[in-house]
Design a protein around this ligand. Structure first.
Ligand SMILES: Cc1ncc(COP(=O)(O)O)c(C=O)c1O
Length: 429
């Protein structure tokens, strides 16, 4: 992890709420608490404005000889640059698509042409199915072999000893998440990438659940591919795939004949959702604003970055620091709820290994009924497996409704945690 990007003293980010008009919603007389963030965050004001502006002044298809089309071309280019700044890569290493799942299915089929029958792909028991099912599908269709890295069921962390035995010289690709959408655990991605590269394998990182919570630098990580989704980091429903330029150049996707065969456009089949790319620019504007307005970022933070890259790193480092305090508060508060079991990292005194996503069960209570009773009081939280299907099976929870997931973002507050805990205490008796 990029520890130098996370300030030791957490800034107070509660002012960020003013940029999220939807947080002001009231449900049956009570302010709504959004703890459903891993399923999708609320959208910053800048996103809505940018989308409206696009539809008013630039709505068109690409490469035309007139102004709205030229504005569209410009917005796509700017969105690529914005994501390149967010991930610290070059703009032509950014591929856009409808969402992470669709991008990964399409990309896995293109990548399959590089592998031979008997080659091995390593996935994990912790991942969202979007980073398992596409690899299983190409394995089934091409006679590749799938290996799966197990978890430590006590901590939810990937079992790194198991990783070392599963990643061998037969491995061609290792697919793993940056942070778990269910347990909140942050994986040791640096080590996994090194393990993959040590045997000459590629790695595909699912950063969907890390992107809203911390700084990402694909160059420092040296990862080959990394996917995320803007609707999980305060933007609209659009997916993003980073790939190293040389690799993208070398991979031939399925595409229509007249479309560009250049990287990255060749991966973007059909017409992109231009208004959403405008919205993505709005999300990056919002995060960059957080970075530039923080009153006292410590001197060494992000000193190796400049311009918007620096603001974004400062913002994400601050978000991570602030959310660690929310995680400490949540874990301490949950411990007073009778009959509660927390899955994943549980130490309130060290929350550096997690994002603020908590999977819990309360003894003899159905996660669905708990989510319903919270929802009726305006506290929104998911229940079930959230597509972390292999994980829920591994934890033995799948057949009994999975777990209740309380997933926070930087605009959440300790008061909201208090409200949720009071409701859970009431439900636990
Ligand atoms: C970790 C993780 N990966 C992938 C996905 C799928 O993302 P998308 O909806 O963009 O396909 C999700 C969605 O919840 C997720 O949490």
């Amino acid at each position: 992890m990029f520890r130098n990007l996370v300030p030791e003293t957490a800034p107070d980010l509660t002012d960020s709420r003013e940029y999220f008009p939807s947080l002001e919603q009231v449900f049956e007389g009570k302010p709504v608490v959004f703890f459903d963030n891993p399923g999708g965050t609320q959208t910053a004001q800048q996103v809505m404005e940018a989308m409206q502006d696009y539809l008013l002044y630039a709505n068109s298809n690409t490469h035309g000889a007139f102004i709205t089309s030229q504005r569209t071309d410009m917005i796509i280019q700017e969105a690529r640059q914005a994501m390149a700044d967010f991930l610290n890569c070059a703009p032509d290493e950014i591929v856009f698509g409808p969402n992470m799942t669709t991008l990964t299915f399409a990309f896995s089929r293109a990548l399959a042409k590089r592998f031979a029958p008997g080659d091995e792909i390593v996935v994990t028991a912790l991942d969202h199915d979007a980073n398992i099912a596409p690899w299983r599908a190409i394995a089934r269709d091409n006679n590749f072999v799938i290996r799966q890295i197990d978890i430590d069921p006590q901590t939810g962390a990937l079992n790194m000893e198991d990783a070392k035995t599963k990643i061998t010289d037969k491995t061609k690709l290792v697919a793993f998440g940056y942070a778990s959408n269910a347990l909140g655990v942050i994986n040791d991605v640096e080590t996994l990438i090194q393990l993959a590269h040590s045997v000459g394998a590629l790695c595909y990182v699912d950063a969907v659940q890390f992107a809203p919570h911390g700084p990402i630098d694909v160059q420092k990580l040296d990862c080959d591919f990394l996917a995320c989704s803007a609707y999980k980091f305060f933007g609209p429903h659009v997916g993003i795939l980073f790939g190293k330029k040389a690799l993208l150049d070398d991979i031939q996707p399925y595409k229509v004949a007249p479309a560009s065969n250049e990287t990255p456009e060749k991966f973007e089949t059909g017409t992109l959702a231009h208004e959403l790319l405008a919205g993505l620019l709005g999300a990056i504007d919002y995060l960059s604003l957080v970075g530039t307005t923080l009153s006292n970022p410590s001197a060494d933070i992000a000193s190796e970055y400049s311009g918007r890259r620096r603001s974004l790193k400062i913002a994400m480092g601050a978000i991570m620091a602030y959310e660690r305090t929310l995680s400490t508060y949540m874990l301490t508060s949950l411990s007073i709820v009778r009959g509660v079991t927390i899955y994943g990292p549980q130490n309130p005194d060290d929350t550096s290994g997690r994002v603020p996503t908590f999977a819990i069960r309360i003894k003899n209570k159905s996660p669905r009924l708990l989510a319903e009773s919270l929802g009726a009081q305006g506290v929104f939280a998911w229940d079930g497996n959230y597509y972390a299907l292999d994980l829920m099976n591994r934890l033995g929870l799948e057949d009994s409704g999975g777990a209740l997931r309380l997933g926070l973002a930087h605009y959440n507050t300790t008061e909201e945690i208090n409200r949720c805990i009071t409701l859970l205490q009431g439900a636990s008796v």
